[in-house]
Design a protein around this ligand. Structure first.
Ligand code: NAD
Ligand code: UDP
Length: 340
């Protein structure tokens, strides 16, 4: 069975993807610098899968250290998650975001080429569709007009990978554009564990539901949507994990040099609907107030899912209630996140 290297595999989406890879029978090697994750996640992964995966605490920006991973393991494919992802922070420290996200990616793909690990999956984002409101977004929708440095790193990396694929005849690349990943593993052992006060909706609601934060501010209820609040395509992180397994299988069986897929459910949920679904899952009201719009937010974003369904065989299995109940289980089992 082939071996998949997962840089950023201790993080939120990476750890759930590792579980799905293990379930599908892959060998996995994890690299992470724990910038936004904790070593405890490796124990949790062992509890869930019954396997202890080879792990390297390495910053992917250090190419020579990263090389040791390729020297010591025969890597067949790579799923690259190792990047910084906080939109607001990327506005305050843009150079850190460009340096980390681009250098980490360039080093990893360069070593992939050198060591003939010629299947490469990249964590892109619906943010590359920018400020367009021409929904649903298809893989052919225009890109650009990103609203922050984080989004531009995704846009730039997609271009870097396209350019690199031209220069390396053996390399096959899959760009996965995630919509809004939420939820947690059914065991409640792994989930989203943000540093400090969360910026994203679901971790914030979870903390309000758990009593750690006092109230949620809904960012605007004057959008041109049925209830006035923004609509997003939330996708369960376990579905996302299995989408990555499909991507590896696709690269194994197709000759396309670069393929692109949206990973979403194709269904939109408003902020108010998300709050109501979470209230149902946790069994009590979520204290919330309506505040002003957040700069850079678009009214509606959801995925066209036909291409991923037809070509990748991917279809999300979980709905918004599953996403909320798994989030709530994770929150109640780990009110302060993972120890460490
Ligand atoms: P995360 O922060 O939980 O995981 C990223 C992991 O990468 C962390 O464990 C972090 O410590 C590690 N990391 C960062 N820089 C590194 C480096 N230079 N070397 C080694 N490890 C490094 O984030 P996530 O939500 O799991 O996201 C994973 C990827 O998916 C990111 O690239 C993110 O931009 C992308 N993405 C996330 C979302 C989302 O909403 N969560 C949406 C679209 C795309
Ligand atoms: N949101 C909100 N209050 C919060 C956080 C988010 O109303 O405290 C809204 C935000 O305006 C957006 C949606 O929830 O419409 C999802 O935001 P998130 O930051 O989770 O993801 P994004 O779609 O911005 O990547």
């Amino acid at each position: 069975m082939s071996t998949v290297l997962v840089p950023g595999g201790a993080g939120y989406i990476g750890s759930h993807t590792v579980v799905e890879l293990a379930k599908a029978g892959y060998d996995v090697v994890i690299v992470d610098n724990f910038y936004n994750s904790k070593p405890e996640v490796l124990n949790r992964l062992e509890k869930i899968t019954g396997r202890r995966f080879p792990f390297y605490e390495i910053d992917c920006c250090d190419k020579e250290k990263l090389r040791t991973v390729f020297e010591e393991n025969k890597i067949d494919a790579i799923i690259h998650f190792a990047g910084l992802k906080a939109v607001g922070e990327s506005v305050s420290i843009p150079l850190t975001y460009y340096r980390n996200n681009l250098t980490s990616l360039i080093n990893t793909v360069e070593l992939a080429g050198e060591y003939k690990a010629d299947k490469f999956v990249f964590s892109s984002s619906a943010t590359v569709y920018g400020m367009s409101e021409d929904v649903p977004f298809t893989e052919e929708s225009p890109l650009g007009m990103c609203t922050n440095p984080y989004g531009w790193t995704k846009w730039m990396i997609e271009q870097i990978l396209r350019d690199y694929s031209v220069s390396n005849p053996d390399m096959k690349i899959c760009l996965l554009r995630y919509f809004n990943p939420v939820g947690a593993h059914e065991s409640g052992l792994i989930g989203e564990d943000p540093r400090g006060i969360p910026n994203n909706l679901f971790p914030y609601i979870s903390k309000v539901a758990g009593g750690t934060l006092e109230k949620l501010t809904v960012f605007g209820d004057d959008y041109d949507t049925p209830d006035g609040t923004c609509i997003r395509d939330y996708i369960h992180v376990t579905d996302l994990g299995s989408g990555h397994v499909k991507a590896i299988e696709y690269l194994d069986s197709h000759d396309e040099k670069v393929c692109v897929f949206n990973l979403g459910t194709g269904r939109g949920t408003s902020v108010k609907e998300a709050v109501a679904a979470f209230e149902k899952a946790c069994g009590h009201e979520i204290n919330h107030v309506i505040g002003p719009r957040r700069p850079g937010d678009i009214a509606v974003s959801y995925a066209a899912t036909d291409k991923a369904f037809k070509e990748l065989g991917f279809k999300a299995q979980y709905d918004i209630d599953d996403m909320c109940s798994s989030c709530w289980k994770w929150q109640t089992m780990n009110p302060d996140g993972l120890p460490g």
